[in-house]
Design a protein around this ligand. Structure first.
Ligand code: NAD
Ligand code: LMR
Length: 340
């Protein structure tokens, strides 16, 4: 055995014993788009996650530097960088969770749907590679427009014969993160205690926070306050896009949200009970084939898609109003995936 092989073997044994000592299995997480605005801080946060034993950072450029940088952090996850099509297979092989923040972000004046023309093709190609190299991975889709990119991935997986609706997630955690922050500020309650489900999709009015179910409950908020909180949550992404003035969209809060959701997926895979997060998944909660709602995560991904619970009249109206836009975004994704 060469000295470098011996070092790798020793490293592997050490990581295995560390994972065993913590009582959880080896888990490989791959980030596609890892050198980008979201990808870099997300790589940092996943390197800090004790459930990750192997962290695979893939992008079309820049990953050797990001991987070298993140790899120096003294946590157990072994970090490897992969760059370009030739290395995509190796990046994905054996992955338990694949997080996808690859693609272009919005500039002021754009809708998320304006990103479709570029990002749809990127997501389609990456999904084909996932079907080939890690068909059993849980896929966390961040690339916008999420309302369409998730249906695109589903169609690609169906064509490849690998589709399992339990394993495909649109990441809507940032909407929940925002709703919690804005609610805590307005209701004057400790933000760390707050929970707010957010349902529907991930664009404008398709984002429907259910403040009537927010905890801790408060009667300090008027109907006007709830309307304003709802609008701010729906426009949260645009607020950041405008503040960044042409330099992209949310990256740091998104990396945090992506890390929260990936951690929930890993805990579910590891058999931790009662892991519930909102996510945009295949659904029968409404007549729409994909819909975000609370989801219980388990050893195979989605264990249960939870219903909406009781809605206020304002939320019922919001639900009806979002269906047209969400339906056409889903159909647009399906059509794209099957046409090209
Ligand atoms: P960015 O431009 O900073 O980074 C994107 C990265 O993707 C770049 O490093 C780029 O090289 C890489 N990339 C492009 N094509 C690729 C391919 N074929 N394979 C692998 N990597 C590829 O953008 P960002 O700010 O990180 O945003 C990324 C995406 O996430 C955007 O579509 C944005 O709209 C979306 N987003 C979603 C949410 C959400 O809540 N779901 C929140 C924020 C941003
Ligand atoms: C967000 O909600 O921040 C993201 O979807 C990015 C965007 O374009 O707003």
């Amino acid at each position: 055995m060469t000295p470098s092989l011996m070092r790798s073997a020793a490293q592997l044994v050490r990581r295995r014993s560390y994972s065993a000592a913590l009582g959880h299995p080896e888990r490989k997480v791959a980030i596609l788009g890892a050198a980008g605005g979201i990808g870099q801080p997300l790589a940092l946060l996943m390197k800090l996650n004790p459930l990750v034993s192997s962290l695979s950072l893939y992008d079309i450029a820049g990953t050797p530097g990001v991987a070298a940088d993140v790899s120096h952090i003294n946590t157990p996850a072994l970090v490897k960088g992969f760059m370009g099509d030739d290395q995509l297979g190796e990046a994905l092989e054996g992955a338990d969770v694949v997080i996808i923040p690859a693609g272009v972000p919005r500039k002021p004046g754009m809708t998320r749907d304006d990103l479709f023309n570029i990002n749809a093709g990127i997501v389609k190609n990456l999904s084909a590679a996932i079907a080939k190299y890690c068909p059993n991975a849980l896929v966390n889709m961040i690339s916008n427009p999420v309302n369409s990119t998730v249906p695109i991935a589903a169609e690609v997986f169906k064509k490849a014969g690998t589709y399992d609706e339990k394993r495909l997630f649109g990441v809507t955690t940032l909407d929940v993160v925002r709703a919690k922050t804005f609610y805590a500020g307005k209701a004057n309650v400790p933000v760390t205690d707050v929970n707010v489900p957010v349902v529907g999709g991930h664009a404008g009015i398709t984002i429907l926070p259910l403040f009537s179910q927010a905890t801790p409950a408060t009667n300090a908020l008027s109907h006007e306050d709830i309307k304003a909180l709802t609008k701010r949550t729906q426009d949260g992404g645009t607020e950041v896009v405008e503040a960044k003035a042409g330099k992209g969209s949310a990256t740091l809060s998104m990396a945090y949200a992506g890390a929260v959701f990936a951690d929930a997926c890993l805990k579910g895979l590891n058999g931790v009970p009662d892991i519930v997060e909102c996510s945009y998944v295949q659904s029968t909660v409404t007549e729409l084939p994909f819909f975000a709602s609370k989801v219980r995560l388990g050893k195979n991904g989605v264990e249960e898609v939870l219903g909406l619970g009781e809605l206020s009249d304002f939320e019922k109206e919001g639900l009806e109003n979002l269906k047209g836009e969400l339906k056409s975004s889903i159909e647009k994704g399906i059509k794209f995936a099957n046409a090209n």
